[in-house]
Every structure is written in structure tokens, then in C-alpha cells.
Ligand binder design. Sequence first.
Ligand code: BDR
Ligand code: CA
Length: 307
Amino acid sequence: MARRPLDVIIDTDPGIDDACALLAALASPRLRVRAVIATGGNVPVRQAAGNVRRVLAVARPAEMPLVGLGLEPPGKGLDATCVHGPDGLAQAPVEPLDVPVREVGKVVAQVLAETEGSVSLLALAPLTTVRWMLGEVPDLRGRLEKVVVMGGATAVPGNASSVAEFNFWRDPEAAAAVIHSGLPVNLVPLDVTNRWLVTEHDLRRHLRRRTQRQRVLRHLLRYAIGTHRKLGHPTALVHDAVALTALVRPSALHWKPMQCDVEVHGVLTRGMLVSERRPNVEAHPNVSVATGGRMRTLSDVLWRLLR
Ligand code: BDR
Ligand code: CA
């Protein structure tokens, strides 16, 4: 019997890899994307909301999700436009879809009122808005079945500092709050997302059509290949799309229960994900962490949804 699609709320800061994750999520028969919430991160929150509407203009989903305006993480001017371009989407020539952007609390409350049973949350941005929602939206905590978070690095270097991944580094207090929330958090760190490499060859192979969707994806990913090369990577990393597989094909990733925390005080280590890995200490796992995966399967799943 066909499984009922998961009702999902996506929190995002588009961002090229966020845009890829959104396009793939909206194309997946396993998901019903009920709301997309914009949070500041790669770009300021209002730009992120505009970018959500630009991605929706490309995706044109049959069932339009609600769009929510979330929060700006604390601190100013700490964006990732060096990777994603000055507007977050490589200045792709796409106009935003004319859909209303409403206050995040109202949007999430409406999703809960209109959804039977549980919902899942896919967090692809600094966790500022997610933390706020968990504290402020009545019933949300009790209705969450699965919380997938793209963030942190367990055994590889960070990408915002030598030890911190961007989403955790941008709001470590919020990341720590979500990690300790007691919710079923599935964490997809850089250790895994660094392993899906998108090359020029992939673009030629999977994105050959002249549709607007494929044209925009080629534009975004080609730009990302260029900026990643400048930052010393061989080709583009598409972190948030990898995190999406935790919802659409969780078995493509290997999962391990781990005891994790986030450094919120360190001068050199602020935003670092710290996990208990000592063999002689009994760990008390609080999150399930993706430690590896069948990258071939993951790549097939993602390209099928993207093209
Ligand atoms: C994360 O940081 C952002 O730049 C990406 O969109 C992704 O969510 C990767 O560290
Ligand atoms: Ca992101």
C-alpha cells in the first residue's frame, strides 16, 4: 500500500543549496510541503523570503505551501553571499511568485489546524526561527514526528570557522536549544553533506532540457561550482539537498545515536558541535546523527527529484 506523504514545514535561508532542496522537496511524492518559512542566514530574512517566492515561481507546485516570514539571527552582516551571490540565488533572472508572506506564528498555527496527525520539520538555516516556534507556537512540539536539521560537523573541519558549520555558527544558542529540545532530531552534518559533489559533468548529464526549471538549476549550480572552487573545494557542495534525503530516503544515510552539544561560549570554538566519542565514557544520546551514506543512491534520488 502506498505510504501517506509526510506533511512537512521547511525552514530555509535560500541560498543555492536551499533552493535545490526546496525544488526537490516540492517534487517529491513522499512529501506534502505545507509551509516554507524564511529565516535570515545566507542572506537577510526579507531577501530570504523573496528568494522563497522566486523558488516557488520556478517550482509552480500543484499545491502551494504557505510562506512565513521568520527571524533574523542575532549579529549583523554575517551572511554567506560569497558562496551564493549577492542576492543569495546567483542573481538568477527569476521574478518572485505573487504569494502572501505572513507572520511565522500564524502560518505554523494554520498548518497545524489544517493537518491531521503529525508534521515533520526540515531545518536548513540558522535555528533562530525554529527555536522561537518551538517555544511560542502552541501544540507544535507535541505534533512533531521528525525534525531534520542540516548543521554541525562531527569529525571534519567547519566551513564558517575551522571548527563550526555555518548554520550552527550563525546562532549557536538556538542550535543548542534545538539539540537539547528532547525532540526526535535527525542531524545531517558536514561530514555527510561534504560527500555529495555536484560537477559540471552532472549538469550536462542531468539538466539537458530547455525548461525554465533546468535553466535556473544550471545557472545556480554552475555559479556554486565557481564559488566553491574559489574557496578551495574541487566542485559544488549542495548541503541542504543532502539533508532532504533524511525525509525522502532516510535509508540512504547511516544513522548513529549520539550525545551532542553546541559550544556557545568559546572565542575560537563558538558554534562548534561537540559529540561524546570517547570509548571509555557512557554516552547519553540526544540526537540521531548521519555519519555516512550510500552516496550513489542518494545522488540518484536527488537528481530524479531535481530534474
Ligand atoms: C549550510 O550553510 C548555508 O550556507 C547552506 O545553505 C547550508 O544550509 C551549510 O553549512
Ligand atoms: Ca541553508
